[in-house]
Design a protein around this ligand. Structure first.
Ligand code: ATP
Ligand code: MG
Ligand code: MG
Ligand code: MG
Length: 469
């Protein structure tokens, strides 16, 4: 059986032998890139190499990149624990060509790796291409010998990859595996595509353009390649398990949580264990890269992740802080590949413990208020905005925590009412303004704007620049 650590090195070794420079993962906080909250893909550190602004001594590279998708254009926070394949923190394995090889070679390299090194069976595999990309479809036919029904043409942005609202982008081709009829789901492009039967595990992006502004797209100096394979997804395939949470690494993290709690996961509680294991990774890696919980920007996303995990720990009956106790297990699993973890272990442990100790008091009271307020509500109902705002403002419940707490009962939150309550409070605050230094009203803008799909940071900074908050 291939463990996560082994799969990572197989990938990197393969591309090294194919003439790629093995480059270290960049930090989760992108350097000098205010358009992006967190590094969300392998190409982020190479953005300026693709656009020609920056030169490197190599034209082919390969990486295992730490990625977080918990905000902005690629946000999987609400998926975690509920799908078999989404994590907020994951490792993206990638190979890159900066004006070196293009489509055909990229497909050959990918095909040889998955069928020869990883031993995947051709008859379980299928690919998508952007609907107008006859060239990619032709290469797949030639190289993999796929019949037309295994090369699915997709007309949506799913097959046109972009890092964010601006930056390098291009049509892409994704590789899927059919995990069998016993799992619900349909092929990409079908109404059941969100199921877990057909698992996307690798995306080959044919980088051809740069989105300069919302309305302007130009050609890159030279066509390039950017690929991303989810390490945890590949591990789930090679280990023959149905979800990323059943791979070796996650099993060990979940075991650590279960022994700390003195309770084993069951069907009722398994989602909470999964959320805890995932959020432990994203929180720890973010702290290791210098993010601390706060009431704004990146720090607030971290706080949201941590508090969400804490609610799930509470659900599992934890009556004292839990997350910090799991840090040694994480360091054991990933410390060798990521030395920043053992280096930051103490800070990570203390940050988790402090945040959890502080939040526990209001968490318990807030959950009490929430269950009172929803006592008479039924599936399809809405929690009033004032209560959601009170939970936010007085009890420190990020909006998404409240939404997550109500999700199982299929109760939503009145977002307009929430914004209204906040507006009112802001007006009050302005009346009595004396520079209290309370950041709460600012952060709420951030999370609401984000929910509404505004460009993460820019939305926030523009508000601030305009003096709206
Ligand atoms: P999905 O459609 O499943 O949400 P995606 O199309 O958003 O995935 P890409 O942006 O193409 O993902 O990223 C490249 C690869 O990274 C994916 O093929 C997948 O293997 C992996 N990946 C993406 N998002 C996640 C995630 N949230 N957790 C784990 N792996 C992921
Ligand atoms: Mg996605
Ligand atoms: Mg996809
Ligand atoms: Mg994809």
């Amino acid at each position: 059986m291939s463990g996560v650590n082994e799969i990572r090195s197989t990938f990197l070794d393969y591309f090294r032998k194919e003439g790629h420079e093995v480059v270290a993962s960049s930090p989760l906080v992108p350097r000098n890139d205010p358009t992006l909250m967190f590094t969300n893909a392998g190409m982020v550190q190479f953005k300026n190499v693709f656009t020609g602004l920056e030169k490197r001594s190599y034209s082919r590279a390969t990486t295992a990149q730490k990625s977080v998708r918990a905000g902005g254009k690629h946000n999987d926070l609400d998926n975690v624990g509920y799908t078999a394949r989404h994590l907020t923190f994951f490792e993206m394995l990638g190979n890159f060509s900066f004006g070196d090889y293009f489509k055909e070679r990229a497909i050959v390299l990918a095909w040889n790796l998955i069928t020869r090194e990883f031993g995947l069976k051709k008859d379980k595999l299928l690919v998508t291409v952007y609907h107008t990309d006859d060239e990619a479809a032709g290469f797949w036919k030639k190289i993999a010998g796929f019949s037309d029904d295994r090369i699915i043409r997709i007309p949506t942005s799913d097959n046109f990859w972009a890092m964010g609202d601006t930056g390098p982008c291009g049509p892409c081709s994704e590789i899927f595996i059919d995990r069998g009829e016993h799992i619900w789901g349909g092929p990409p492009g079908s109404p059941e595509e969100d199921g877990d039967r057909f698992l996307e595990f690798w995306n080959l992006v044919f980088m051809q353009y740069e989105q300069v502004t919302k309305d302007e797209r130009v050609d890159l100096p030279r066509p390039s390649i950017d690929t991303g394979m989810g390490l945890e997804r590949m591990a789930s395939i090679l280990q023959g398990v149905e979800s990323v949470f059943e791979t070796d690494l996650f099993r060990h993290l979940i075991d650590a949580a279960s022994s700390a709690l003195g309770r084993a996961p069951d069907v009722e509680t398994v989602a909470s264990y999964r959320v805890i294991a995932d959020h432990l990774r994203s929180s720890s890696f973010l702290v290791a890269d210098g993010v601390l919980p706060s009431n704004e920007g990146r720090g607030y996303v971290l706080r949201r992740i941590m508090r969400r995990a804490m609610r799930h720990a509470q659900l599992l009956g934890a009556n004292e802080p839990l997350m910090w106790k799991l840090v040694p297990a994480l360091v054991r699993e990933m410390g060798q590949a990521y030395p920043e973890l053992p280096r930051g272990e103490q800070l990570i442990t203390e940050t988790l413990k402090l945040e959890e100790t502080r939040f526990r008091k209001t968490l318990v009271r807030g959950l009490g208020l929430l269950s009172e307020a929803t006592e008479t509500l039924h599936a399809g109902d809405m929690l009033d905005g004032e209560t959601a705002f009170k939970l936010y403002d007085t009890y420190g419940f990020p909006l998404d925590l409240t939404q997550d707490a109500l999700r199982q009962r299929n109760i939503s939150v009145d977002l307009a009412g929430f914004t209204n309550a906040m507006e009112q409070q802001k007006a009050e605050a302005r009346k009595h303004w004396a520079g209290s230094g309370e950041a709460a009203t600012e952060t709420v803008w951030f999370s609401v704007r984000e929910k509404a799909g505004a460009t993460e940071f820019l939305g926030y900074e523009t508000e601030q620049a305009e003096g709206l908050i």
